[in-house]
Design a protein. Structure first.
Length: 170
């Protein structure tokens, strides 16, 4: 986060810039870098490099879909960018964070997210407890397994029966 803040401050003063407004050169550079990385793996490391190539697509995907958007979002969090205006992003420091903390909608959304997270944790705890009970040696274990799994199995069967019946009607 400090690096993103420093990048935004330096880019605003004109000391540093990646020129991400035009995304095609960045994409071509990324693809060229990935190709050179693949070739270097094979040439420099031989058989070990060939084995490394199997994880390289996943690594490149994570870089492209997780790392780059994360860095881009961090740099945008320190800027004011009006998309309807002709100008680009303007560095505004921590003003966005101050506005966010003063916004009552943010606190409401945060409260809803906490409640949702707690609800998911409780649901997982209940499901894990039921799974432990069904895996233990209790007297009516088979009955409870059937009672829990029957609704999961009957709904696709009922839907397919209704679809099949409607397809065969003339």
């Amino acid at each position: 986060m400090v690096a993103a803040f420093a990048y935004c401050a330096l880019a605003q003063r004109g000391a540093l810039g990646l020129d991400l407004e035009n995304w095609r050169p960045a994409l071509y550079g990324y693809l060229l870098w990935a190709t050179c990385l693949c070739i270097a793996q094979v040439v420099l490391k031989g058989e070990q490099g060939k084995r490394t190539l199997f994880i390289l697509p996943a690594t490149l995907f994570v870089i492209a879909m997780v790392i780059f958007p994360l860095i881009f979002a961090l740099t945008l969090s320190f800027s004011n960018w009006n998309l309807s205006a002709f100008g680009g992003p303007e560095f505004n420091g921590l003003d966005n964070v101050r506005q966010m903390w003063a916004d009552p909608f943010y606190w409401n959304a945060l409260k809803n997210m906490v409640w949702y997270t707690l609800a998911i944790l409780v649901e997982y705890a209940i499901a894990f407890g039921l799974a432990l009970i069904l895996a233990s040696q209790i007297r009516a274990r088979k009955f409870f397994r059937v009672a829990f799994l029957m609704p999961l199995m009957l709904s696709p069967v009922a839907v397919s029966w209704m679809v099949g019946k409607s397809m065969l009607e003339i």
